[in-house]
Structure formats: C-alpha cells, structure tokens
Design a protein around this ligand. Structure first.
Ligand code: NAD
Length: 359
C-alpha cells in the first residue's frame, strides 16, 4: 500500500520524537512492502518564526489532503508573549477544526514492565489495564453558549450542554468501530439519571447497537466510571463518552498508567484521515538533549496504521517491538528505575527498530 503522511515535527522535542517514529514507520514499510511518503508541515512556534502564522492555510491544506497526520508537539516559552490568536496552540486548534476531527481516542495501557510506575495497588495493576477512551471533541458544554448575567444584584453564569442525535450517533459509531478492532466491549458513559442530553445519548447509543451485534454494550454513570477506573480498570475495553466527561476521565486514565511520555492518541472524523500525536507537550526543558522518550509518538504511529490505514499486523509489530525493548531493560530518563539501562531518544528508536519482527 502507498500512504501519504503529513508530518508536523513542531517545537521543543517534537523534531526528535517524530524523527524516531518515522524511522520506525520506514522499517515497517520495508518489512511489509508498503510505501510511506512524508510531507513536512510547519505548525506551531516554528511556523510563527517562518511564516508569521502558527498554521498557514497552505499547511492546513497539506494535512487535509494527506492520508493522515503525524504530530510531535508545539509550543514553548519563546512564543508566550505573542497575541492570543497567534499562539502555537492556536495552530493545533485550527488543525483539529480544519480536519473536522470530532473524536479523540486515548488509550490507557499499562506495560507490565512499568507496573511499578502506576499509583494503583499492585493487585489492581496485576489484573491488567488496557482500555481506550473515545471522547466527543467538538460538541457538548465546551461548545454550547457561555454567558454571565447580572440577575437580582448578583452575577449568574450559564453554560449550555447541548447534543443532537447526529452528533451522538457519529461518535458512538467510532466507539463501536474501535471496539470491533479490539476486545469487542463498549461501555457508554453518561449521567442519564440527571441530564436530558445523557438520556438522548443513551437512547441513541442503544439504537445504534442493533447494527453492532458482535459488540457487547454496557452503560455506566460517569461518577461510577470515575470510581471504577481506579477500582477495577481491567473491566474496560472501550469507553465512549461526551466531551467534558471524556476530558476528565481521560486525564484520570492516563495518570494510572505511569509516564506521560508513553501515551499516544488519535483524533478522527468522518474520513479515515486522522491526527495522531502523543499526549504530552513539547517539553522545552529537555529539548535538543537527546533525552526525550519517543514511545508516545511511536505508538501514535502504530495507532495510525491500525485505525486509519487498516494495517493491524503492522501496528502489532510496533507495539510488540516496544514491549520487547522494555523487556530488555532499556529506559529513557523519564521511566528510568534501578537495574535498568539508560538510553537517549535516538538509541531508544534504534532499539525498538531492531525489535520489529514480521510475526
Ligand atoms: P509537557 O508535556 O511538555 O512537559 C511536562 C513534563 O513532562 C516536563 O518535565 C517534560 O520534560 C516531561 N515530558 C513530556 N514529554 C516527555 C517525553 N516524551 N519524554 C520525556 N519527558 C517528557 O508539558 P508543559 O511543560 O506543561 O508544556 C510545555 C509546552 O508544550 C507548552 O508550551 C505547552 O503549551 C505545550 N503543549 C503542547 C501540547 C501539544 O502540542 N499537543 C500539549 C501540551 C502542552
């Protein structure tokens, strides 16, 4: 297969971690007989420096026209004082909007080799943590009307939480499709004992379930879900939920797995063209020092193969290589522990590549 990938290296550690992810993709292409073509896209601080704009229109066009986008990270102190609409992060928001990605997907997976980094008790971690949160990204209370009025001599603030059936249906579909590519269990999270928007959510998800008889659907109230994620995370495969609930639950879920440098994410819309990026930022404190952990970006590339390019074996090959690398005892500084061998970003990439096998 031939795939065209738009590559945003961005700022800080971005160029280093993306460089390793591309080397991993090239090895996979070589082993499995694919061709990946890369188009460099300027976004963030580096685009402000070069073009005076965090995401010039022609750069966005390159992303929209690609088969998918791989992003490192953007931002840094240097651009803290530029006007609000010209900040590096604005490029990211414009990219998400321009690509119309309405679903953010964040896995929470504990690598058994890093189990001690989890704040959860060992007996909970030992049951395994491997689930994914599918969060609605461009609707709900964050996008509803926000207003503050003067009423009866005091200020009254209002934020509107609104969802249409079609908005719920399209995100639920991503939930079902994601579950289909995993262990086929979908948990729909809402607050239907209180909110109308949640009652519509639940009804719509259940209507759609008839199209996915192979996926086992369950419902959970969001407050219970927040507890279950720390009490018994092994029960989850895929969680689908609305924007604000997903925002909070996905941060909770990433905390229980240990290092921020290990976690990938994807954002998807109506087409298979997705945006793939690690969940961390540009880490200016370690930029250019060959200290960054590239695994979050490498696993984002694996997600791109699985969810946008329908290459599950190739995605498995990358994930298995990361697992073997950890088994061998190599660690970047962020996940270093006693008895392990410290490596830099470049060496980490090299060792993962040496562990990629066509299983
Ligand atoms: P950060 O995630 O960049 O860094 C937080 C801490 O984690 C730092 O100590 C950093 O060294 C460490 N860290 C992060 N990623 C790592 C990796 N791969 N390997 C090893 N250590 C890693 O968050 P921050 O410091 O709050 O933000 C720095 C800049 O990144 C800011 O300008 C912020 O706006 C931006 N940011 C960008 C994105 C994005 O591009 N999606 C997301 C979050 C923050």
């Amino acid at each position: 297969m031939v795939k065209n990938i738009a590559v945003i290296r961005g700022d800080g550690i971005g160029p280093e971690i993306v460089g390793e992810a591309i080397r991993v993709l090239d090895r996979v292409a070589e082993l499995y007989g694919h061709t990946f073509n890369y188009t460099d896209v300027d976004m963030g601080g580096c685009a402000i420096d070069k073009w005076g704009d965090p995401l010039p229109a022609e750069m966005l066009k390159k992303c929209v026209e690609s088969d998918s986008v791989l992003l490192g990270a953007v931002g840094g102190d240097k651009w803290n004082n530029v006007p609000g609409n010209m900040r590096p992060e604005k490029g990211l928001l414009r990219l998400r909007a321009g690509m119309e990605v309405y679903s953010n997907n964040r896995p929470a997976k504990i690598w058994p080799q890093l189990a001690e980094a989890s704040p959860l008790r060992k007996e909970i971690v030992d049951k395994g943590i491997d689930f994914i949160i599918v969060r609605e990204l461009i609707g709900g209370i964050y996008f509803g009307e926000h207003r503050t009025d003067e009423v009866g001599g005091e200020q009254v603030a209002t934020d509107v939480l609104k969802y249409s059936e079609s908005e719920i249906e399209r995100i639920a579909r991503i939930g079902f499709e994601t579950a289909r590519k995993r262990r086929k269990k979908l948990c729909s999270v809402e607050k239907s004992n209180v909110l109308d928007s949640s009652r519509l959510w639940k009804k719509t998800v259940h209507r759609l379930a008839e199209e996915y008889p192979d996926v086992e659907l369950s419902d959970m109230l969001v407050d219970n879900c927040a507890m279950q994620i720390v009490k018994n995370p092994a029960q989850f495969d895929v969680i689908v939920t609305e924007n604000m609930f997903g925002d909070i639950l996905s941060d909770e879920a990433s905390m229980i797995t240990g290092s921020i440098g290990m976690i990938p994410s994807s954002s998807l819309g109506a087409t298979s063209c997705g945006l793939y990026e690690p969940i961390h930022g540009s880490a200016p404190d370690i930029a250019g020092q060959d200290k960054a952990n590239p695994i979050g970006t490498i696993l984002s590339a694996a997600m791109m193969l699985r969810y946008s390019f329908d290459m599950p074996k190739e995605a498995d090959a990358i994930e298995n290589a990361v697992s073997r690398y950890l088994d061998e005892g190599w660690r970047t500084a962020d996940i270093m522990s006693e008895g392990k061998t410290l490596v830099g970003c470049r060496k980490c990439g090299e060792l993962i590549i040496s562990n990629i096998r066509k299983d």
